[in-house]
Write a protein that binds this ligand. Structure first.
Ligand SMILES: O=c1ccn([C@@H]2O[C@H](COP(=O)(O)O)[C@@H](O)[C@H]2O)c(=O)[nH]1
Length: 283
């Protein structure tokens, strides 16, 4: 999906909601356990219940890998079931020396070589340029680079102050955002910024005015959709705001899909208000 197509989806659906498919087999409603692939049955129902409200789906790969080969099959079925008008994100947080990164890229981007066919993958920037470039080699695919994450541990490295070449102070995540934009433009590269870090979003928007930001951390982690939207929305939309647990596990019973829809609807209704108000009006 191109930058323009993603932006159009946001304004057509009046939504920048990304539903996180962090599907934990231990949290499935009991009635699904008799299905041949309970994880897929759950995801299928969640996707059916939310596809008109969401512009993206983000399976977190850990939840599937932890199930061994069965999990990988559930992941593949889920990916194939996601409607074509939705952007897909493999939240895998990969990155290694170049030749190894090429194999990670193939895993998520190359169905002709036994890989999956995601639109994008999350990548950790810590190992630098040569660890990220192999993911950028795929036409039409996106890298979503971790910049300022939602967890408390983001303070350990990402918020550390370092000196620029011109002896000015900046935080490490700022350097990541500036440097990575010399590797690829906003048509191929997004950044992860936690919703719990909304205070930093205005500064991040100055550094990356046109980039899409994947923003996890509303819902279960307590980030504010209003603050994220106020500081992060752009004329192209520019945001994908993810919620996983608050949608998936709104109910553990037979009504789980209806309750998931209701949670997604709350977020989408609020997003539509911000989009309708116009970016400049809410800033
Ligand atoms: O900074 C980050 C980067 C990734 N995540 C991932 O997003 C979802 C959030 O799930 P919730 O249940 O909505 O809290 C999950 O897959 C994380 O691994 C993040 O939270 N923060």
């Amino acid at each position: 999906m191109t930058y323009k197509e993603l932006s159009s989806q946001i304004f057509n659906k009046k939504s920048y909601l990304c539903v996180g498919l962090d599907t934990d087999p231990h949290k499935l409603p009991p009635h699904l356990l008799k299905e041949p692939d309970p994880v897929f049955a759950f995801n299928q129902a969640i996707i059916d219940a939310t596809a008109d409200l969401a512009v993206a789906y983000k399976p977190n790969i850990a939840f599937y890998e932890a199930q061994g080969p069965r999990g990988w099959e559930s992941l593949q079925r889920t990916l194939e079931y996601i409607p074509a008008d939705c952007f897909t994100i493999a939240d895998a947080k990969r990155g290694d020396i170049g030749n190894t990164s090429s194999l990670y890229a193939r895993t998520f981007f190359d169905p002709d070589a036994a890989g999956l066919n995601f639109d994008s993958v999350t990548v950790a920037p810590y190992m630098g340029r040569d660890s990220v470039l192999p993911f950028l080699d795929y036409a039409g695919k996106w890298v979503i680079l971790l910049a300022l994450t939602s967890n408390s541990g983001s303070a350990d490295f990402q918020r550390q102050r370092i000196l620029t070449d011109s002896a000015r102070e900046q935080e490490l995540f700022e350097m990541v955002i500036k440097t990575a934009q010399t590797w690829a433009g906003p048509d191929k590269l997004m950044f992860v910024v936690g919703a719990t870090q909304a205070d930093e979003l205005s500064r991040i928007r100055e550094l990356a005015p046109d980039s899409f930001l994947l923003v996890p951390g509303v819902g279960a982690q307590g980030g504010s959709l209003a603050e994220v939207s106020r500081r992060g929305l752009t004329a192209a939309g520019g945001l994908l705001v993810n919620a996983s647990r608050s949608i998936l596990y709104a109910s553990g019973g037979t009504d789980f899909a209806d309750r998931a829809r209701a949670e997604a609807q709350l977020l989408q209704t609020e997003m539509a208000e911000y989009l309708d108000a116009g970016v400049l009006a809410i800033k």
